[in-house]
Design a protein around this ligand. Structure first.
Ligand SMILES: [Zn+2]
Length: 88
């Protein structure tokens, strides 16, 4: 699986680290699991947590967001991934 793919050449990408402009660190906000409108930005349509590559959050805030989303799910504020697979 992974080994078969390894031979494929990667396209030349700028490997320098991009500066992370984390919206939480920038504004000094804290992650709150009750703030659903904010959490919705970090969750896909299907209810999956978006990756930090997409959300552009730093590692600390990304972890806080993922915990907050899980808390919100437990409190029935956000849905679990409910859409059945295979169907569009
Ligand atoms: Zn941050």
């Amino acid at each position: 699986m992974a080994q078969a793919r390894r031979k494929r050449r990667r396209p030349q990408i700028d490997t320098r680290r991009k500066k992370i402009d984390c919206s939480f660190c920038k504004d000094g906000k804290s992650v709150d699991y009750k703030d659903i409108t904010m959490l919705r930005k970090f969750v896909s349509e299907r209810g999956k947590i978006r990756s930090s590559r997409v959300t552009r959050l730093c590692g600390v805030c990304q972890r806080q967001v993922s915990v907050a989303v899980k808390n919100a799910r437990e409190m029935a504020l956000l849905p679990y991934i409910s859409v059945s697979r295979g169907k569009s």
